[in-house]
Design a protein. Sequence first.
Lengths: 649, 135, 295
Amino acid sequence: MSRIGVFICHCGLNIAGSVDVGKVAKLINKYPGVIYATDYMYMCSEPGQEMIRKIVKEKKLDGVVVAACSPTMHETTFRNTVASVGVNPYRCEIANIREQCSWVHQHDKEKATEKAQEIIEAAIEKLRLNKSLTPVAFPITKRALVIGGGIAGIQASLDIAESGYEVILVEKNQSIGGHMLQLSETFPTLDCPQCIATPKMVQVDQHPKIKLYAYSEVEEVSGYVGNFKVKIRKKASFVDWDKCTGCGLCIEKCPRKVPSEFDEYLAKRKAIYTLFPQAVPNKPVIDSKSCLYFTKGRCRICEKNCSVKAINFEQKDSFVEESVGAIIVATGYDLMDKRKIGEYGYGRYEDVIDGLQMERLLAPAGPTRGIPCRPSDGKVPKEVVFIQCVGSRDPQHYYPYCSKICCMYTVKQAMLYKHAVPDGQAYVFYMDIRCNGKGYEEFLQRGLEEDKILYIRGRVSKLFKNGDKIEVWGADTLTGRKIEISADMVVLAMAMVPSEGVKKLAERLRIATDDYGFLTEAHPKLRPVESLTSGYFFAGAAQGPKDIPETVAQASAAASKVVSLFSQDVLHREPIVASVDEEVCTGCGSCESVCAYDAIEIDPIKKKAVVNIAICEGCGACSAACPSGAMQHTNFTKRQIFEMVDAFT
Amino acid sequence: MRMKISIKNVKNKFLDKLRELSGENIYACYQCGKCSAGCPSLSEMDISPSEIIHLIKLGQEEEVLNSKTIWICASCFTCVTRCPKGVDLTKIMEALRQITLRKNVDHVNLSSIPKKALSQFPQIALISSFRKFTA
Amino acid sequence: MKISYFPGCTLKTTAKNFEESALASLSFLGIDVVELPRWNCCGTVYSLTDDDLMHQIAPVRNLIRVKEQKDTRVVTLCSMCYNTLKRANNLVKEDEEKLNKLNDFMYRENVKYDGKVEVLHLLEVLKNEVGFSEIAKKVKRSLKGLRVANYYGCLLLRPPEVGLDDPEHPTILNDLLHSLGAEVIDYPYETECCGSYHTVVNVDLVVERAYDILNSAISQGAEAVVLSCPLCNFNLDNRQKEIKKKFPDFKGIPVFYFTQLLALSLGLDERVCRFELNFVNPYPLLKSKHLITGA
C-alpha cells in the first residue's frame, strides 16, 4: 500500500568511501513497499532536492527515506522539500548511514555496506507506520522576562521595549547597573562607566513598556515557551518605596556602619542604604543583618526622622505573578574568591586585593577618590604588582578556562594607577596577553610605551607579608630568572565565575549549565544566545566570560530572538510527542514520575495520564516506563520499534 | 646561540626514554614559570626548571643532562604542588638523573666524604643522598 | 589504644631525643605503641621513576610487618619515613599489578600485602585519636611565654595527595603548640625546603637555605624552632655552626622536636627529652621560661 521512495546520498566520499551506495540502491529497490530507489552525490544540494521533488510528483510517492547524514543536519531540509510537493513532512524519514555507519566502519567496506542496507530497511519499516502529523499551534504571551539588571539585562530590556513589547525586569540588588557601575574607567576608551550606563538606566526607569522589580528574585517558573508563569519574590526592604521621596535623611542619621559590598569591603555603608548616588531606583533598603533594631531591638532613628513615614519594620517579602512568553537570563558574573588561593595568602593580607577592589580604589567616586591607597594603612603605594591569570588557566587546582577580560583590565588599571601616582611603578606578571577586540592591542601598547608598565613574563609562585611590604616571588621565563619584588600592594586578576546562585536558578528554570555554572548555549558557534530549552535566551557573562561590547551585542541578539518569537501569531510545536491511549491507561503514574519536563499529570478524576503536548519535548522516557503500553510516542510506537529491530535481525 | 631544529629533535629515543621513566607528558607544560619561581634551590641552578622542560622539547639532550640543575634539585615537591597543568616535574628530574646514573656514573663519591662527618650524619641523609646520586 | 610503630633508622641513633620524648609522651597519653618486629629501613626517599619496583620493596616490607601484627595502622615520627611509606602504600593500592609483582618477589614472607594498611604520622594520631583540647587539659607545665616558629619542611605536606595538612598554610603543628600554651609565630619560610640530602656533599646550599629559614623565624620574633624531621633537624640545628661561619651576624636559635616540647609540657621528667642531644644548647631558653628546674 505504501509508495516509498529511497534516496541514498554519497556525501562525496564521506558515505561512498565506505559504503557501496550503488549496490545498496539496487537492493533496496527490491524491498517491499519501495517504488523507487536511487543514489546521488549530494542529496542536500539544490539539484538533489529538486530530484526528490520531481520523483515524488512523478511516482506519486507517499513517503520518502533519505539515507544520508545525521537528522540533526538536514531533517528539516528534507521535510520542507517533501512538504513543498504535498507530502506530509512527518512522512519523511532520515536513515543515518554516515555518523552511524560509514564514518565508524571505514575499514570494513563489506560489512559497512550490509549495515547501511539494514539501517535503510529499518527506516522504511518505521516510515510505513508513520502517521501524517500537523504541528500544533499555541498562543504566545507577548511579554518578556529579563532576569538580571546589569548592562546585559538593561540593553536587552530596552531593545525589546523599543520594539513595542512589554518587559518585566527583575534585579536581585536594590538598583540596576550591575558590576559596570563599580568600574573606574572602561577599556579601551577610558570612558566613565557610570556616565555611559546611567542614561540607559534612566531610560529603563522611565520606559512605559518596562516594569522593573528591583530588590526581587525569580522564585519559580512554570509553563513553556510562549506561556510561562513566573512567581517573583519582592524582598522586604522595610521601606515603603511608594511613600519614600529619596531625601536621604534616614541614611544620614543611621548610626550603624558596616562594610560596603558595592565598595568591595574597602569602605563602610550604613545599615539603611542606597547602592550609589545614581541608583535606579534610588530608594533605600534596610539590611536586617546589621540594623540595630533587627539585631538588638533598639534605635529606630530612621523611622523617627522620616517625614513621610515610609519606614516599615513589619514589612514582609511579597510575591507577584507575571505571565510572559520568553525569558532572557542575564545574571552576570562574580570574581572568584581570593581566599581560595593558598600560595597568595588565603586572603589574609589586606594589601593583596582583587580586580574589582582595585576598580573601587581607582574610581573617581570611590572610597579613595580615585587615588589608590593601601587598604591596610591608607598610604599611596609606590610599587604595585599586578598578577594575571589567578585561578584561570589552572586545570589542576581551579578553572581551566581563560577569563578573557583580565589582560585588558590589568593594563587599564596599571595605566590609571600611573596616571594617579606618576612617580609609582607598576609591574605585571603575565603568561600571555589577550587583546583581541577592536582597539585593544593599541591600548596595550599605549600602556607599555607611554606609562612604562613593566611586563614580566611568568607566573607568581608565592607571595607573603614582610613587615609592611608584600614579597612577591615570580618567574621571568624570558631570562630564566626568579624575580623577587617587595611590593606595596598586589592586585590579583581573579577568575571570572558565574554569579552566585545561578546553578540553583538554572535548576529551577530547567536550563543547562556547564561544570562551572555558565549557562550552556544551544550551539557554541551558531546558536550562542539561546538555550536548548525553548523560550530561554542568554545575554552577557552568565553564558561565559566576556567584556562589555560583547555583552551588549549579545543582549541585543537575545532581544532580537525574543522579538522574532513574538512576531509570530502562534507558536508551532513539534507534534512528535507522547500520546496516551486512555482505554489502556490505568493511571499508575510511572510516566509522571519519569518526566523531566513535568509535562504529564494524572487526571485525579479519570485516573488517566494527561500529556501537555505544549511542554512535551518528545524524549520517550514515559513510553519506556509505561508498564501497560498505554503511553506511546507518536511515530515511535512500540510496534514501529519492533519492526525496525526485526529489520536488523 | 643558534639552534637548528628538525623532527629528529622532537621525536627521538631520549624523549621516549624520558616518557617511559617519568610517565609525564612534557607537552602539557605551558611555560608559566611557577615551578622556577617557587624552587628553593633556584639560586644554585644554572638552568631554571621551566627552561629544562623547554630544552627537552627542543631536543637538547646533552645540555639538559650536563646541567647542574638536575643534581641541585632537592626533591622538595614545591613545583608539582603549584603547577597549574599538573606536570610532575619531580618525576622528570628523577628520570633525567636516572638516565645518567643508569649508565653506572655516580654523581657523589662515598669515599670523598670524611669519616668523621659520616658518623655525624643522620642515616636518612646518607641513604637519600645515595638514592638520588648514585647508581 | 594500641597502634603499630615504625621508628626508622635515625630515630634509633642520632635522633634518640625525638624517639624517647615521643614514646614517653605517648605512654603518658595512654597510647600503647608497639614497635614493629624485624622492621627495616624504609629506603627513603620514595623512588620517582615509573619502572623502579626494587626500591619499593623496603617500604612495602614494613607494611607486611604491620599485617603480621594483625594491625591495620602504623604510626611514624620521621617526616621522611612517613612520606616514603605512604607514597609506596598509595602506589601499590592503586596498581594491583605492581603489588602482585612485589608480593611474588617477597615470596619468602609469611603474609602477602593487600594494600589495607593505613600510614599515619604522630601528629595525625595526636589530633584525631587524642584531640588537642584533651592534650591541653593534661598540660602541667604550660609553654606560656615561649614564642615558637613551627618548621614543617617538605615531606610532611607534599605532594598534596600524601601530605597531612594544607601545603601552603598548614596548621597542625600550630594547633598542637597552641594547646601546649606556646605562642606561635607566623613566618613565610615554614614550608620552604631546608636542602635535605644536599647536606652530605653540598653544605653551602644547605647553609643558604637554613639561614633564610632561621633568619626569617628570628626576625619575626621566634625564640625556638619546632620540627618533625631528623634531616631538617640536622640542617637547621647542627648546621648552625657553618651558618655562623658564613653569616657572622647570625644570632642562632634552639631547635626542638615537637615531642620534646610535648613531653616537657605534659610534666614529664626532662631527661626523657634528651636535650643534651640538641646541638644548639636549649637550656638557657628553657630555664628563662621556667620550663626546667635544676642546672
